[in-house]
Design a protein around this ligand. Sequence first.
Ligand SMILES: NC(=O)c1ccc[n+]([C@@H]2O[C@H](COP(=O)([O-])OP(=O)(O)OC[C@H]3O[C@@H](n4cnc5c(N)ncnc54)[C@H](O)[C@@H]3O)[C@@H](O)[C@H]2O)c1
Length: 437
Amino acid sequence: MNPNPLPNRRTFLRRALVAGAVLSLGPSALSATSTALRLGLIGVGGRGASLLHTLLRFPGVLVPAVGDLLPDRAARAARMIQEADRGPVRSYAGSESAWEELVARTDLDAVIVATPWEWHTRMAVAAMRAGKHPGVEVPAAITLEECHELVRTSEATGIPCTMLENVCYYETALTLLRMIRQGCFGTVQHCEAGYQHDCRSLMFEPDGGLTWRGRHVAALDGNLYPTHPIGPVAQWMNINRGDRFVSLTSLSTPAEALRHFAATRFGANHPAARRDYALGDVNTTLLRTDGGRTVTLYFNLLTHRPYDLIFRLEGVRGIYLGTNDSVCLEGSEAPAHQWEPFAPYRERYAHPLWASLGPQARQSGGHDGAEYLMFHDFLKAVRARTAAPQNVGDAATWSAVFPLSIASVAAGGRPVEFPDFTAGKWRTNPPLGVHGA
Ligand SMILES: NC(=O)c1ccc[n+]([C@@H]2O[C@H](COP(=O)([O-])OP(=O)(O)OC[C@H]3O[C@@H](n4cnc5c(N)ncnc54)[C@H](O)[C@@H]3O)[C@@H](O)[C@H]2O)c1
């Protein structure tokens, strides 16, 4: 269970100092002058291992605790940490509740959660109750009650909660944010975005049994992965910062694609090819804001298609379309009403984060560097004990599309009311700025 017992305090301090860190050993306490941050990481499958790889690029980060249901995965993560010479690490593995001991440690500043969806809120809530800033994978919550619980717990404990929505840090997403702030698009009236990614092979174990993703897809019909497309859109449209979502309506097509895939992979008579799957092949959700503006979200994991997040941004003075990575802007030197390549705009309107940290971000990988910049902001917030640019209200709002779309689909597309997770503060919260490093 614990292949990497804690070394003595002297070895620990020496290793931390070698790693460029001045260490505070108090219970979950970083003094104002200390630079080392101590993180726990729960869930080290595909995503958790990739996040760990990025985190280990930050010299002041120690990861003394890793947890996973499966001991071999926790052991693999512990080896990564030791090979990076980041001091001692202890594994918490072998049961569904082993992570509780990790969260209860008194020497962690933050806990990263990269487990299946159904664990996110309870792990984030436990972290906040234990005084640790959670950095939780997407979506942060999958029921409305969980969305409210995240906000309530953060308010009651005074501990911020960050959802690790990396797409908000894509170079194009941040370039567009800067262009919007500079008035290039005029008022943003409508956005269209989607998570359209053929993930059928992730639904099945090699024998045709369902993975955790497959179990959700078999049971639920709606937009089950809304935060990648809605995160940047919400930032562009000042959602919870001047406007807010007030309702949505959602419809799904029939479900055919996963049975077709299962028949091709496992044979037409395999149970996986004959069972029912709840999730329609293409889900479409239409949201309305208090200001009367609109957002269309597409969700499609199941048909044969290229990856495409769409990202169509429609302002009074122009449009960007991610599918062809082009813009058409009033006043541009390009011929009127023609698409123009976006690449030169990425240079001209580079967001300060990309302008200053772009080279090391790109080098670190992780969606072309987006994860590096996301962690840059997250770690800065943990160190300062403040909320990151994506706060708990954003985590709840963006995740809420999951349960609300399910409710609307179940009611034949009836509009459902969108809760206000800011308790009215959306009217006065300032828009997200274009912040630097
Ligand atoms: N932001 C992104 O770009 C991105 C990309 C991929 C995945 N994700 C998210 O990351 C999360 C994990 O996805 P993944 O692809 O790594 O899945 P995965 O199945 O590869 O990994 C999940 C890990 O969690 C472990 N786990 C399950 N229950 C646990 C428990 N009770 N305690 C401790 N560990 C437990 C599993 O053993 C597994 O190792 C999901 O929420 C997913 O949506 C985000």
